[in-house]
Structures are given as structure tokens and as C-alpha cells.
Design a protein around this ligand. Structure first.
Ligand code: SF4
Length: 148
């Protein structure tokens, strides 16, 4: 028996699906449209969310079917580690890939999923849908409350 939690004893690739899914804090930030500067590689988050996002909870409303419904939805488990740099700095997948610990408010440490809201990381009630936004003017929707 070991007291070392799975996220410290296993690599991301070694984790079971259940362990992998439990690492997601549900912040919803990966469901926001992003802009990338082609010259610098800098990533900018916008408040414009995928049409499947439930704006009140800040979570995907069709999580199990998302990859079939949204053509460019990314399966985070299939992303190469370098691609995880598109994710927010608070995201457990990115942090573990970079050799960092979980943030101290992470639900797996605190024991409640509400901690992502308390920590100010959830996008709940902070977005507009891509169906209402002007997608040709995303620069106007860039936000500064995601830690990139
Ligand atoms: S950014 Fe990371 S932690 Fe947040 S919802 Fe997406 S996968 Fe989960």
C-alpha cells in the first residue's frame, strides 16, 4: 500500500480513464474560443464559449457526445504534451505534464467540486455563446481572467 496519490505516482499516460477524468476540475476554460498569435505563439482566451457549454454551470452540456457533435472539440487525452500549453495554467493536465503539482484548491485535494468556483477559476456565468457572438471579431472578446 502507498499513500502517494495517483497523480503523483503515475504519469498521465499511465492513468486509468477514471483517474484521468477526476483530474478535470470542471473549470470550463478549455471550452472558450482562443486566438493564437502566429508570430509569437501567444494564446489569448476570449469569453466566447462553445455552443454546448451550459453557461450557468460552466460545464459541457453534452460531455459524452461532444466529440461527435463539435468537429473541432479536442479530446484532451489525445493531445500531445506540447499542445497542453494551450490549456490554462490552472489545468491539472497541463500542470502535471509540466511537472507541477495540482493547484492547492483542486477538488481532489479539497474534496468538493465547488472549490473551482471559490478559487475564481470557473467560467460559470462569465461567457457568451458562440451562437450570439461575432466570430469575425473575436479580438473584441479577449479576456484577462484566464491564467495562460
Ligand atoms: S481547462 Fe482543464 S481542468 Fe478546466 S475544464 Fe478543461 S480539461 Fe478540465
Amino acid at each position: 500500500m502507498t499513500d502517494v496519490p495517483f497523480w503523483e505516482s503515475k504519469s498521465l499516460d499511465e492513468m486509468s480513464n477514471l483517474e484521468w477524468e477526476s483530474l478535470c476540475d470542471g473549470c470550463g476554460q478549455c471550452c472558450l474560443h482562443k486566438l493564437v498569435n502566429d508570430d509569437t505563439g501567444d494564446v489569448f482566451y476570449t469569453r466566447v464559449a462553445c455552443r454546448l457549454l451550459d453557461p450557468e454551470s460552466g460545464r459541457c452540456g453534452r460531455y459524452a457526445q461532444r466529440l461527435e457533435i463539435v468537429e473541432d472539440c479536442l479530446d484532451v487525452r489525445q493531445m500531445r504534451h506540447a499542445e497542453l500549453s494551450w490549456m490554462p495554467r490552472t489545468c491539472a493536465y497541463r500542470r502535471l505534464a509540466e511537472g507541477k503539482p495540482l493547484p492547492n484548491w483542486h477538488p481532489l485535494l479539497i474534496g468538493t467540486s465547488d472549490s473551482v468556483v471559490t478559487a475564481g477559476v470557473s467560467i460559470a456565468d462569465r461567457t457568451i455563446s458562440e451562437q450570439a457572438a461575432k466570430l469575425d471579431d473575436l479580438e473584441a472578446e479577449i479576456i484577462d481572467w484566464v491564467e495562460i
